[in-house]
Design a protein around this ligand. Structure first.
Ligand code: MN
Ligand code: MN
Length: 476
């Protein structure tokens, strides 16, 4: 038994981490569960980057935010957003200080791994008597996870004349769903038994079953294919060539669910990274007072495929949003004003980390591994193979984050994604730091990342929201 003196010294000197549920009283618990319900409603609706922008605009408008194009001038307290091609969104609350002293920026991404259709997707297979969509997956998926599970179709079809058609099939209970079918165990010993994990299902085997009833017309050859084309034409007025100028995304079907008999977690498609987009948007909406520094929330597209493209974090979208703000705040602004704003800004790159999986602990180094329900995960560096491609935040900036979270009793844990030589990954942090913005990664841990049903903890969700709000409120 340690003496009383010794145990005090231990408390003073050692870093202790434990479940963040430990200190929650009845009132906290209600706030945590209410916030989780709001998030479940959001993630159930925001199934693609386009839907995420639509839903965010709706929530923002309901909370007094308006498009920046409605403003000729901006003053402290004004709340604005800027939509970039319906796929990425920038949000700001104008602070009290001169904007050139820097903004507090929360940046996340709203695209998630999924399955896209090819430009010429539809064919009929005369051996199986099925109509099929051919696909090309988007982002890093374990392809075997996407078979034999109900899938929904979200599409934006832009016809030759420029008119747009929205497709949304599979989310209403009465809707049909589509599916990729795996081989039965009885016959898969030779065909799949020797394959490596990445090839259990190959890219060209991610074929989606969309029909099996021929069109009732003896003069038509491809009866299965034609029946599907006829249905799509009747319902949406589209023809086969329209697939070429369409973005049709196949995503897991159905709503977010409570997970665990204690309902402590949420299972859903797309926590990575809409959980950070939602918590940062809500932190910005719920700011109790006009912040000293201008709050900026960025929701980027294309992170899962390398952040390229003009809606991704590698584009000039953040710069151009800041210049839209500066244009409306200052009487004539120069390139120097924009550069000073960037130089003085601080950012959190909001993205998820990998919670310890009880069955695969070997990929983590347990002292530095994110645990579910231990609070928001602060990640000084991401990258792979010796921090390669990482932002690696400066010690001074990590100290600032500690101070900011501790002041507001935010529960946090400092972690790495996995063991040193195990693998790795990146976030939008490198794109922000390229602009000379101080940047660090912070977001909740996820189980089953990039799977059709990812898990987050409700207490981590709440501490992420609280951590992001504490960050937006700082004036350092
Ligand atoms: Mn992510
Ligand atoms: Mn990801």
């Amino acid at each position: 038994m340690p003496s009383k003196e010794e145990s005090k010294l231990e408390d003073e000197l050692t870093l202790k981490l434990e479940s963040a549920w430990k200190e929650t009283d009845e009132k906290d618990l209600k706030n945590i569960m209410d916030f989780a319900q709001g998030y479940k409603d959001y993630i159930t609706r925001a199934k693609t980057e386009r839907e995420a922008v639509d839903v965010a605009e709706e929530i923002l408008t309901d909370n007094g935010f308006r498009s920046i194009h409605d403003f000729e001038k901006l003053a402290k307290g004004d709340k604005v957003f800027l939509n970039n091609r319906d796929k990425s969104l920038a949000i700001a609350v104008i602070g009290e200080d001169d904007i050139r002293k820097g903004c507090n920026i929360l940046a996340s991404h709203i695209d998630s791994p999924r399955i896209d259709l090819k430009a010429r997707p539809l064919y009929e297979d005369n051996d199986s008597l099925l109509a099929i969509f051919k696909t090309h997956y988007y982002g890093g998926i374990k392809k075997y996870q996407w078979v034999n599970t109900p899938l929904s179709i979200f599409g934006k079809v832009v016809k030759e004349d420029g008119s747009k058609v929205d497709i949304r099939i599979g989310e209403d209970e009465d809707d049909p769903v589509v599916v990729i079918t795996d081989l039965l165990p009885h016959l898969s010993k030779k065909a799949q038994g020797k394959r490596k994990m990445a090839e259990v299902i190959k890219g060209e085997e991610l074929n989606i079953i969309v029909g099996g009833r021929p069109i009732d017309d003896d003069d038509i050859d491809s009866k299965l294919k034609m029946n599907i084309l006829k249905l799509l034409n009747d319902e949406y007025g589209i023809k086969e060539e329209d697939f070429i100028s369409a973005e049709i995304e196949i995503v897991p079907s159905g709503p977010a669910r409570d997970v665990g008999l204690d309902r402590s977690m949420i299972g859903a498609y797309g926590h990575d990274d809409r959980v950070c987009a939602y918590t940062s948007m809500m932190a910005c909406i719920d700011l109790p007072d006009t912040p000293k520094k201008t709050s900026v929330v960025m929701m980027f597209d294309k992170e899962e495929i390398g952040s390229l493209g003009n809606t991704g974090a590698g584009s000039m979208f953040l710069n151009s949003f800041l210049s839209e703000l500066l244009n409306r705040i200052l009487e004539g602004y120069s390139y120097d004003d924009l550069q000073r704003t960037l130089n003085n800004s601080k950012a959190i790159s909001g993205d998820v980390s990998a919670g310890v999986n009880p069955s695969f602990k070997g990929v983590h180094e347990m002292m530095n591994a994110p645990k579910m329900s231990q609070g928001i995960v602060v990640t000084k560096f991401t990258g792979a193979g010796g921090k390669y491609s990482a932002n690696d935040a400066h010690a001074e900036y990590v100290s600032f984050i500690r101070r900011t979270f501790n002041k507001k009793n935010v529960r946090w844990q400092a972690c790495e994604l996995g063991k040193v030589d195990e693998g790795g990954g990146g976030t939008v942090a490198k794109d922000l730091s390229r602009l000379n913005i101080e940047t660090i990664d912070a977001g909740p841990a996820v189980l089953g990342m990039h799977s059709p049903f990812e898990i987050v903890s409700k207490i981590d969700l709440h501490h992420t929201y609280r951590g992001y709000m504490a960050f937006l409120e700082t004036n350092e």
